[in-house]
Design a protein around this ligand. Sequence first.
Ligand code: SF4
Length: 345
Amino acid sequence: MSARLDATPLSGHTEAPLVDIEGLARVFDLSKRWLNRMLDGSGKVTLTAVDGVALSIRRGETYALVGESGSGKSTIARMAVGLLPPSAGTVRIADADIWAERSAARQRRIRRQIQMIFQDPFASLNPRWRVGAIVAEPIKAFGLKADAREREQRVGELLSLVGLDPRDAGKFPHEFSGGQRQRIAIARALASEPDFIVCDEPTSALDVSVQAQVLNLLRDLQQSLGLTYLFISHNLAVVRHMASRVGVLYLGRLVEEAPAAMLFAQPKHPYTRMLLDAVPDISMETVEREPIAGEIPNPIKPPRGCHFHPRCPHVMERCRTETPPVYNAEGTAVRCHLYAPEAKG
Ligand code: SF4
């Protein structure tokens, strides 16, 4: 099912979004080979990792996607940057549908516009290349500076921009700390002069002491360069620090979306409340929340109706069979039958 769970109309913004995702779905086929299935009589097995997600991100905004492991966050990130084709739906950046674009020139422009920062900076940097070559590669690939001296100068500027020394261009990735390596990865991401960057758990592999420095760098760069971020994280303290809007994912579906301040002050969906309860260092004194037991169900056989119903303390009969539509609950878009007009009486 595709339903727009998007606070944009609720928050009164009319500006066209830079990123517009509609009806996005991804189904993985986990079946055994055809011959094995014939021999043991088993059927096809599929996993719906992302189920009809719709969201939009305005220019200069940080949209955070949160949810437990297996909620579909990283699958959405990979479809949004063009690394994984969707089973259904569209991803539009500015005026281009990134998965339907046929013109080679426009495809190239899209690839330049979108970059990704990964969780593990060491794995994302070629260990055999010097930092200068790593950062210069997108500049060369997209023909942004034809002259080698100009490229070298640009690499120096980018390294300075992320708080490194231009002379670091001559070193190899293993000569740097984890935080510095993530700065190199950020410099490389900036090298193509992108508009939109997907940050997939960009600080979760780093020491706590350097996490804040890297997050502050990302925020400063956003302000100075007008960047738009899709920020993937399981860490709600990080999300609160970074996000202007937050979408909460549960088993591939967006279940709540709101401006960050509103979501942290007044979480609506029972699952969002459970996530916030699980974070001891976030002060939420004004909100009454109930701890919810249980684990995320097997995504190969998700529960019918509302996927969250086996864990929900407010479960009603209809929750077991009817997928909740999106309701507007005081400015929050929430997919829960508790917010149906008839449920409020
Ligand atoms: Fe709970 Fe029902 Fe709302 Fe799902 S729809 S979160 S089961 S109350």
